[in-house]
Design a protein around this ligand. Structure first.
Ligand SMILES: [Zn+2]
Length: 76
């Protein structure tokens, strides 16, 4: 009987797939960091103007102005 070079999924001696382990304890701090960073960026693009402004002046508003329009935030 000839052996096939590529084993098929229907082969009787096929081993069950082993599940991939996801190291949640290693990923969690980076996920939290990415979430906070995304929140800060979203704040500066979407809400850093007018009454919700933390920094004075309009330089942050002007710097993120194109991103604000691109993401559909109300502007002017
Ligand atoms: Zn605008």
């Amino acid at each position: 009987m000839a052996q096939h070079a590529v084993p098929s999924a229907a082969a009787p001696d096929a081993r069950p797939a082993t599940p991939v382990r996801v190291p949640v304890r290693e990923i969690l701090p980076w996920a939290i960091f990415a979430f906070v960073l995304a929140g800060v960026l979203l704040y500066f693009v979407g809400a850093e103007q007018g009454a919700t402004s933390v920094f004075g002046g309009t330089w942050i508003h002007e710097f993120t102005h194109d991103g604000r329009h691109l993401l559909g935030f109300p502007c002017h």
